[in-house]
Write a new protein. Structure first.
Length: 453
């Protein structure tokens, strides 16, 4: 029997099943045709060969739980948590199933019934309530990390074996962290940076939270690249975290609260575009309309916001005056420097931004772009996935580095901070025959940009 809302009219005895019935979009569950086009696109299915570890399999599990055919037990939850959330299944799906929305709805339901240990509760509350949403706390973190890195404490920790107290994957990640800073893009450039020459459009930059602490140079370089491409750049100081990590971790109410602040902040500027330089951030920003669709106060403004979100590479290529870039050759044989690219899953699959970065790389004088095999497949970073699912993330990275090494490229570029750290880790662990450097594409372009007087 089906209710008037299209959902099964079932009285579930299992609390999680009741919440899944309430939160899951049943139309999307039934849209899945079980065709299997998503299977070869899914990293966890490719690694395990198991149907429940595929998008089709997970949707079948969701629907079975909602329909009362199974109890959503720990194995059900484990399969949902094994999903990277890369959303590579969505472009492959002929029925246009919104898998990303389904997995977030499922994780929100799971989180409502999760029984975390005290340390995990403290960690989640610290990260999601006290750290990411608060700029002051992020600045303090940046300053503390900068002191740790510059004072010699990091060297002491690495040489005395102190890092052995941490799990291997965390110790490895600590070793590839970039220089941190308490001074973000606003502290360094102010809240407005004018276009070089006649302004094409008025844009606002989304600076992010982790980006503005661990990748502050990239944020500064982004603003200068946008300016050189002909855009007046505003950097609103009252913006907050995008909410992506909250949404991926089932903290949807917190994600909506952050979205409301950002919508108010950017709407007041009435800009033409809202620019992101992090694929993970951009993917949730461009879906604020979906996130806030049930909020009568914000639904209309959320649609305004989402319609203006664009990746920096796409904006420069499609709307800007593309600056000239030149690869300065240091080698005596004058060979072109080889460059390859790892797609940010969310930039490619959600923001549809695969072509613009490649066009920019191919336009650099004296540089040769080498397309990597399966560059569109996830690297295993996926937000905090490489921290909470280190085994699967490590396996995926191993295969990624096999393809990266085949390119013999000197530079591995990407468009997302998590991907960048993951590729740095892969390079550090594998030591390719051809020395390889991982960089954000904006930093690579900025380093080679020919500034006009």
């Amino acid at each position: 029997m089906v209710s008037t809302l299209g959902k099964p009219n079932i009285e579930h005895t299992n609390p999680l099943a009741r919440t899944l019935l309430e939160k899951l979009d049943y139309d999307q569950l039934t849209n899945c045709m079980r065709c299997g086009f998503c299977l070869p696109a899914c990293p966890t299915f490719k690694e395990t060969g198991m149907e429940p570890a595929s998008p089709r399999g997970r949707i079948a599990l969701m629907k079975a739980a909602v329909d009362g055919l199974m109890v959503p037990d720990q194995q059900f939850q484990d399969q949902m948590n094994l999903c990277l959330g890369c959303r590579a299944c969505e472009p492959a799906c002929p029925a246009d199933v919104k898998y990303g929305q389904l997995i977030e709805q499922t994780k929100e339901a799971i989180e409502e019934h999760a029984k975390h240990s005290l340390p995990v509760k403290v960690m989640r509350k610290t990260l999601f309530k006290a750290l990411f949403p608060k700029r002051g706390a992020m600045k303090l973190l940046g300053g503390s990390l900068a002191f740790y890195q510059k004072s010699g404490l990091q060297k002491v920790a690495q040489t005395t074996g102190m890092m052995n107290l941490f799990p291997d994957h965390l110790a490895e990640m600590e070793g590839v962290l970039p220089p941190a800073s308490a001074k973000g893009v606003v502290e360094r450039l102010g809240v407005f940076y004018p276009a070089k020459g006649e302004a094409i459009a008025k844009v606002a930059m989304f600076r992010g939270c982790i980006m503005d602490v661990m990748f502050a140079d990239t944020n500064v370089n982004t603003v200068e690249l946008l300016s050189a491409a002909g855009f007046d750049v505003h950097i609103p100081q009252s913006q907050v975290c995008c909410g992506a990590l909250h949404a991926h971790s089932g903290e949807m109410n917190d994600a909506r609260e952050l979205a409301a602040v950002n919508i108010d902040t950017f709407k007041s500027l009435n800009v033409d575009y809202i620019v992101s330089n992090a694929g993970g951030c951009g993917a949730i920003l461009v879906e604020y309309d979906h996130l806030m669709k049930d909020d009568k106060k914000y639904s209309e403004d959320a649609a305004w916001f989402a319609s203006r979100v664009i990746d920096v590479s796409t904006l420069v290529v499609e709307k800007g005056r593309i600056p000239k870039f030149d690869q300065k050759i240091a080698s005596s044989d004058q060979q072109k420097v080889k460059v390859t690219y790892q797609d940010s899953c969310h930039l490619r699959n959600v923001m549809k931004g695969a072509s613009a970065p490649r066009k920019l790389m191919k336009g650099i004088a004296n540089a040769e772009f080498i397309e990597m095999v399966e560059s569109d497949s996830c690297c295993g970073s996926a937000g905090v996935y490489n921290v909470v699912q280190p085994e699967m993330a490590g396996t995926i990275l191993e295969h990624k580095m096999e393809y990266a090494n085949q390119t013999a490229a000197s530079y591995m570029l990407t468009s997302n901070p998590g991907c960048l750290l993951q590729m740095k880790l892969g390079i550090e662990k594998h030591k390719p025959e051809q020395p390889m450097t991982a960089m954000h594409i904006v930093d690579f372009l900025h380093e080679r940009m020919i500034f006009s007087e």
